[in-house]
Design a protein around this ligand. Structure first.
Ligand SMILES: Cc1ncc(COP(=O)(O)O)c(C=O)c1O
Length: 388
């Protein structure tokens, strides 16, 4: 068994007795998978976000993979996403034979910049994948208007942003600004199913295709089958996958979703405490957390390591020795050897992402943190920084 560590993680799940009871009920029921808990979780996610349809899948990466696949794009077209994201946002394009293009980020928020996005669009760009970085929604009204003008689809990568609200109102995932929105339910995310993901959409055709793609491209729908020889019959009409979520996971998801308001409220409190404690430190600035729209998945600070007199590695090691875990979100995707080898993206095209990457560090942020934990983070970070 792995040793439990006294170092605070940058993020972790909150599981209580109700979650355990919900999972146990499924374990004692006839259906471990393909049963009623899956559809119940899908209904719960629709009710929470305001979307009409939901397809839950094995993880957020599968959700992105299927969302791009459901658009049925011709191989060789291109898609644009942010470089400051987890690999999956760009990999979903590559899985589907879509050429990945990156657009630089806004220096205040680390979300995709609308200006950079506009200049990155090519004649063959067919899809834009904005990422709601750290939970703060990207400027969706502007992105949706641009996408309409350029006849591009939009898939929101809201892996960080279940429970966040758009600047114009409405919950992320309601479909007001995009064709589809995806969520991830990995344990560091706002709610968890262990591994898990979901695609939200208001488009019935996309919904039906997503359901088929989740299960090998198969259908049993009599309306889609020309001639059915009998009740056992199913047909594979296109190449799909097994990306199903189990009932065990779905029951955990529904139980977690009931508590999302509390989770976000606690995250918001911790962010407010950090912001207040760090406001006077000139070597540290926060990544635009002073809004009320974010569900606050991550608390990222930007540090002036030269003035602090430590490298990021030294800073992280010293914090770890004080019991504070940190992480870097993210290495810009184009820097990874696979992307360099296959797509040869020049770092110089992304001055903001590069500067961000040099300076960023995520501090612990999760609802189970106590006030004492928060003080420990504040004091430990403070102890390594010049006082003004
Ligand atoms: C922005 C973003 N997109 C997609 C994913 C993929 O989600 P999953 O880990 O559930 O596959 C993640 C996960 O870390 C993420 O942070």
């Amino acid at each position: 068994m792995p040793k439990t560590s006294s170092v605070l993680a940058y993020g972790r799940q909150s599981i209580d007795g109700k979650d355990i009871a919900a999972v146990t009920r499924v374990l004692k029921s006839p259906f471990l998978t393909q049963g009623p808990a899956v559809e119940a979780f899908e209904r719960d996610l629709c009710a929470y976000t305001g979307a009409t349809f939901c397809v839950v899948v094995a993880n957020g990466t599968a959700a992105l993979h299927l969302a791009v696949a459901a658009l049925g794009l011709k191989p060789g077209v291109s898609g644009v996403t942010s470089p400051v994201t987890f690999l999956a946002s760009a990999n979903a394009l590559v899985y589907n034979g879509v050429y990945p293009v990156f657009a630089d980020v806004d220096p205040q928020t680390a979300n995709i910049s609308v200006e950079a996005l506009e200049s990155s669009l090519r004649r063959d760009t067919k899809v834009i994948i904005p990422v709601h970085f750290a939970g703060r929604p990207a400027p969706m009204k502007e992105i949706a208007a641009l996408a309409r003008r350029k006849k591009c689809h939009v898939i929101e990568d809201a892996a960080h942003a279940i429970g966040s609200r758009y600047a114009d109102g409405g919950r992320v995932g309601n479909g007001a600004f995009s064709d589809m929105t995806i969520f991830s339910f990995h344990p560091v995310k706002t709610i968890t199913t262990g591994e898990g993901g979901a695609i939200m959409t208001n488009d019935k055709m996309l919904y039906e295709r997503l359901r088929r793609l989740r299960a090998h491209g198969m259908t049993r729908d009599p309306a889609l089958i020309k001639k059915s020889p009998g009740p056992w019959y199913y047909e594979m009409q296109e190449l799909g996958f097994n990306y199903r979520l189990t009932d065990i996971q779905a029951a955990l998801g529904s139980s977690q979703l009931k508590k999302i308001g509390h989770f976000i409220a606690r995250r918001t409190q911790i962010v407010a405490a950090y912001n207040k404690a760090f406001a006077h430190l000139s070597c540290l600035r926060t990544v635009a957390t002073d809004d009320t729209l974010s569900a606050f998945h991550l608390y990222v600070v930007r540090l002036d390591f030269a003035r602090i007199g430590l490298t990021r590695r030294e800073f992280m090691e010293k914090l770890s020795a004080l019991g504070v875990g940190t992480q870097v979100h993210y290495i810009p995707v184009y820097r990874h050897p696979y992307y360099q080898k296959n797509f040869k993206v020049a770092f110089s095209g992304f001055p903001e992402a590069e500067r961000y990457y040099e300076e960023c560090l995520s501090l612990p942020l999760f609802p189970a943190m106590t006030d004492r934990d928060v003080r420990k983070v504040v004091m430990s970070v403070g102890s390594l920084l010049p006082k003004s």
